[in-house]
Design a binder for this molecule. Structure first.
Ligand code: CMP
Length: 139
């Protein structure tokens, strides 16, 4: 079933000039970008996006990191896009990620882990609409 997921190329990966490599990975896996936006989050944009993690001890540090530099936000479309992107990213902690995954290749640790991807259809709906009005999504 074709579906959409939200991906973020995080500030650490943008700084390492890994944007092209990561987008190539999405395309090779059959995940088609249907919206792309480069931006720098404000702290409050990051806090709103990660609101579900508000009570976690890493929340403030995560939001500081996510607003520390430019990011690339994408909507990816394809069959089972949510699950496919999570497999392609690898485990949240790059040390535990399988070989060949984006986090294994580009992540440094559980916080500086290169990419984000929606984890469920409900989350994907919220996350896509957080950054993109329907009119900015093609296909
Ligand atoms: P992400 O997929 O963007 O979703 C939430 C983020 O919180 C996650 O990737 C990690 O970057 C971060 N995160 C999760 N667990 C921890 C942790 N124990 N310490 C620091 N950051 C974490």
């Amino acid at each position: 079933m074709s579906e959409r997921t939200l991906a973020i190329i995080k500030p650490d990966a943008v700084k390492k000039h890994a944007i092209g490599d990561i987008i190539a990975s999405y395309e090779k896996a059959g995940l088609t970008p249907v919206a792309i936006r480069m931006m720098q989050f404000s702290k409050s944009t990051a806090e709103g996006f990660y609101a579900v993690h508000k009570a976690r001890p890493f929340f403030d540090s995560l939001c500081t990191f996510m607003s520390s530099g430019p990011v690339v936000v994408l909507v990816l479309q394809g069959d089972n896009a949510i699950k496919k992107n999570r497999e392609l990213m690898g485990a949240t902690d790059p040390a535990k990620a399988d070989a060949g995954t984006i986090r294994k290749a580009h992540g440094a640790n559980i916080e500086f882990n290169a990419v984000h991807g929606s984890d469920s259809p409900e989350t994907a709906k919220f996350e896509v609409s957080y950054f993109f009005p329907q009119t900015d999504i093609v296909g």
